[in-house]
Design a binder for this molecule. Structure first.
Ligand code: SF4
Length: 173
């Protein structure tokens, strides 16, 4: 259950493992850095999450980390967003990532882990979401008054409008 990582009442999934090095100074979730940490993602845990998300007062699913778009997490996250899309088309999906929109959609060569192929999967995941909060946390740009993000460099992006208009459109300032 979550009221701080997106609009309204939602369910949040924290994905384990962060490949960004050095890790961000002041990261709010260092326990998610280790790819060997966390709890195993199983069919049972997915069912539990879907059951929670099915409740009528749950308006969204938020996926955070760690890094949901790390190579190790791509298959599981893609599978989850596709299933949530089909089961609950009226609910919104929010995705937090250290990758920026520009790195994913405007730079075919950008990939901290290597491979255009992985970037295509990352794009497929982002395109299945409604709101994409992009970029690493930058401690020197920390601002506690910002909604749904920690530092000024991060953007809260309206994914559908951005695709329709061919440029980044913000969900909120
Ligand atoms: S990218 Fe995210 S999880 Fe990784 S160190 Fe930065 S804030 Fe923490």
């Amino acid at each position: 259950m979550d009221i701080s990582n997106g609009e309204g009442i939602g369910v949040a999934l924290f994905v384990q493992g962060c490949p960004f090095k050095p890790h961000c100074r002041g990261c709010f979730n260092p326990e998610t850095w280790d790819f060997d940490g966390g709890k195993e993602w199983t069919a049972e845990s997915k069912d539990k999450l879907i059951k929670l998300a099915s409740r009528p007062y749950i308006k969204r699913l938020s996926i955070l980390g760690g890094e949901p778009l790390a190579n190790e997490n791509l298959d599981g996250v893609l599978d989850l967003v596709n299933e949530i899309r089909i089961l609950f088309p009226q609910k919104t999906i929010w995705l937090y990532s250290g990758y920026t929109w520009e790195q994913l959609f405007e730079d075919d060569k950008f990939d901290i882990e290597g491979g255009i192929c992985e970037n295509q999967t990352r794009r497929a995941i982002v395109l299945s979401t409604d709101v994409f909060i992009d970029g690493r946390y930058v401690d020197s740009q920390k601002d506690l008054t910002l909604k749904w993000r920690g530092s000024k460099n991060q953007k809260v992006i309206d994914v559908k409008k951005s695709i329709q208009q061919g440029e980044v459109v913000l969900w909120c300032n």
